[in-house]
Design a protein around this ligand. Structure first.
Ligand SMILES: NC(=O)c1ccc[n+]([C@@H]2O[C@H](COP(=O)([O-])OP(=O)(O)OC[C@H]3O[C@@H](n4cnc5c(N)ncnc54)[C@H](O)[C@@H]3O)[C@@H](O)[C@H]2O)c1
Length: 352
């Protein structure tokens, strides 16, 4: 059994603690939790009859833990991971891994020094239609890639942002691009390849927060393909869509639903056996926008640790996606096309 401990018992910890605490992940168990707020730690600790703490260092030295999972505010991930790395345990960190590239570098370096594997959660990579699309990309079924699009049309009203002071701030969260759409930004780059340049605009349309609730981005990929990101949390009255489409010279795939969960189009010039079943076989209906991916992600973590396999989203992969998000913000601030690699000068993420 691999023993997991959680740092942060807020909203997303419910999902993590249920998967681990209810033993839904083969080979994994939840052995301890902590939160700065005693009541939050206690609630999960008592639910699963495990020790709970208000200090992560006390948790690490008092409980038997193989993997520590960081579920704190995005802008605090780096300092938490760097401090936790000294215990030499493997580390899982929620998305986005950090807000600044310097922070991401510090996390990667700290885990390298301690020999810890660093897993960055991008659970949408494990959605069944997404895996199927990735297979088609890897087997070159699209031919020349032409256009990739992701669309996030979700509903986050003012009371969502008001529930915790860190939400929507530059220092600890960022806006729709860094928080809700960071999965989709990652998926687009994973499917389409390395990005050459981005041009972006944003707006804070319906809520009172520092960062944006709406953004549009055009991308040029190094392979010559183009891309579009449309991301907003200003959809009312409820979540509408989280989708991804890839258009190539020899085929088109669209994954729709509100959580990139439904195979909507699977058309290729050269058909293969099994194509006719793809539409019904590769769709799932998750209960919420987080999808089912955390389950598959944890199974991947356990597999990588037990069998010493390379993990799909390590620190460097997480950093790459963060670099793209930083470039998008740099373009928003400068009003100019930003070419990667670049050094952020105007991007506000992680700022005070
Ligand atoms: N993968 C996904 O789909 C997904 C979904 C939601 C949230 N997230 C990510 O998860 C993270 C947390 O989000 P949330 O909505 O649960 O936030 P939250 O505010 O509900 O929870 C964060 C918790 O961390 C605690 N905390 C902060 N510093 C701590 C420390 N040093 N020790 C112990 N506890 C500490 C806080 O007290 C708080 O209870 C964010 O980075 C967010 O982007 C990911």
């Amino acid at each position: 059994m691999i023993k997991f401990g959680l740092v942060g018992c807020g909203r997303i910890a419910k999902r993590h603690s249920e998967l681990l605490g209810e033993r839904k992940i083969h080979g994994a168990e939840l052995t301890a939790v902590c939160d700065l707020v005693l009541e939050k730690a206690k609630k999960i600790g008592e639910k699963f009859s495990i020790p709970f703490y208000t200090d992560m260092h006390t948790m690490m030295t008092s409980s038997d833990i193989d993997v520590v999972v960081v579920l704190t505010e995005s802008g605090n991930h780096a300092k938490n991971v760097v401090e936790l790395a000294k215990y030499g345990k493997h580390i899982v960190v929620e998305k986005p891994m950090a807000l600044t590239l310097d922070d991401a570098d510090r996390m990667i370096a700290a885990c390298d020094v301690s020999g810890s594997k660093l897993f960055v959660i991008k659970q949408n990579r494990f959605n069944v239609p997404v895996i199927k699309l990735r297979e088609a990309i890897e087997s070159d079924r699209f031919g020349k890639l032409i256009l990739g699009t992701v669309r996030v049309r979700w509903c986050r009203p003012q009371d969502y942002y008001d529930q915790d002071s860190w939400r929507g701030t530059w220092a600890l969260d960022g806006g729709v691009l860094t928080n809700q759409a960071s999965h989709h930004v990652d998926l687009l780059e994973w499917m389409m390849g390395d990005v050459e340049s981005v041009f972006a605009k944003s707006a804070t349309a319906l809520v009172d927060i520092e960062a944006e609730d709406t953004a549009v981005v055009t991308l040029k990929f190094k392979n010559g393909a183009l891309g579009i990101i449309e991301a907003t949390t200003a959809i009312r009255p409820k979540d509408l869509e989280g989708s991804l489409s890839v258009i190539g010279a020899e085929g088109v795939v669209e994954i729709a639903g509100f959580a990139v969960n439904e195979m909507k189009t699977w058309n290729f010039v050269k058909s293969q056996s099994g194509d006719s079943d793809v539409m019904k076989k590769y769709s799932v209906n998750p209960p919420n926008v987080y999808g089912f991916g955390h389950h598959a992600y944890y199974e991947h973590v356990v597999d990588c640790i037990l069998n010493d396999k390379q993990h799909l989203v390590d620190g460097l992969v997480g950093r790459k996606s963060l670099e793209l998000i930083n470039a998008i913000y740099e373009s928003i601030e400068t009003g100019e096309e930003v070419f990667l690699k670049f050094n952020p000068k105007f991007c506000k993420l992680g700022g005070g």
